[in-house]
Design a protein around this ligand. Structure first.
Ligand SMILES: C[S@@+](CC[C@H](N)C(=O)[O-])C[C@H]1O[C@@H](n2cnc3c(N)ncnc32)[C@H](O)[C@@H]1O
Length: 253
């Protein structure tokens, strides 16, 4: 059963305040190394910023995302973008590669997604992706858990995310039939030019949805107050404690 997040994805807000996400995808795009004439699926494409770069390499790209507003933005940019959750990919042996940046951790259960990716790939096709990994945004998670806990809510149970270790995800890739050619987990402190409030707006709605409207502002203020001494540097810049998992895996021939 697919577990869809309650996050309301707004393409305009995302483009204005979360451009650091596709910008952070440069290395995984290089690992994909899209070739002229290849057919590539961009899974969880968002507004299509990276999809465009894959297309610019001469590949024919299909982009899918669960959020209608993001897909509309990608289409407005001239891309073949479709509303399709990663848990119900409807492709058979069609793609030379499946690519994903900063999206797989939103798609649960991962086993269902991996089966769909494998079905979508041609034999020997590659799956190249980057996602949040084990210990990603640990400080943010602890602050959210503390503040929601005071209100009788269990933050881990409300989390829309799956942040696996390299060990755990390698096992899932292999169980789905992939041969893993590389996988690594690494810290990537991420500057939030638009601050923590915009980050919470873009990504953290699942935690606030169960609170009464009147409680939300107070809870956010408490979370931000807990995080400020940890995540703000001496120049006043918010830097989030991102940990990413990047991998390349190959489907069986
Ligand atoms: C942080 S954005 C990343 C977007 C894009 N890949 C980028 O690098 O800018 C995460 C994206 O995952 C999408 N998403 C979340 N859950 C999804 C699901 N179950 N299936 C497909 N896409 C999903 C969201 O709608 C959002 O566009």
């Amino acid at each position: 059963m697919a577990e869809l997040s309650r996050q309301t994805w707004q393409a305009r807000r995302y483009a204005a305040t979360a451009a650091f996400v596709p910008a952070g995808g440069a290395a995984v795009l290089a690992l994909l190394a899209p070739q002229q004439g290849e057919r590539i699926l961009d899974l969880g494409c968002g507004d299509g910023a990276l999809t465009k770069e894959i297309a610019a390499a001469g590949a024919s790209v299909v982009a899918v995302d669960a959020a209608p507003d993001m897909v509309a933005a990608a289409r407005a940019g001239g891309l073949d973008a479709r509303v399709m959750p990663g848990q119900s990919l409807a492709f058979e042996r069609e793609f030379d590669a499946v690519f994903s940046n900063a999206a797989l951790h939103w798609m649960r259960p991962p086993e269902t997604v991996l089966q769909g990716v494998r079905r979508a790939l041609k034999p020997g096709g590659r799956f190249v992706a980057e996602m949040g990994g084990h210990n990603n945004i640990a400080a943010i998670m602890v602050a959210v858990a503390a503040v929601l806990g005071r209100r009788g809510l269990n933050a881990p149970a409300l989390s829309p995310w799956y942040f696996p270790s390299a060990l755990a995800y390698r096992a899932k890739l292999e169980a789905a039939g992939f041969a893993v050619t590389e996988i690594s987990l690494f810290g990537r402190p991420t500057v939030l030019d638009s601050g923590i409030d915009a980050w919470l707006d873009n990504f953290a709605e699942d935690f606030f949805a169960p609170l009464a409207a009147a409680e939300r502002a107070a809870a956010r203020t408490e979370i931000v107050d807990l995080l400020r001494p940890v995540l703000v540097d001496e120049t006043g810049t918010w830097i989030a404690d991102y940990v990413r998992l990047r991998f390349r895996a190959v489907a069986p021939k």
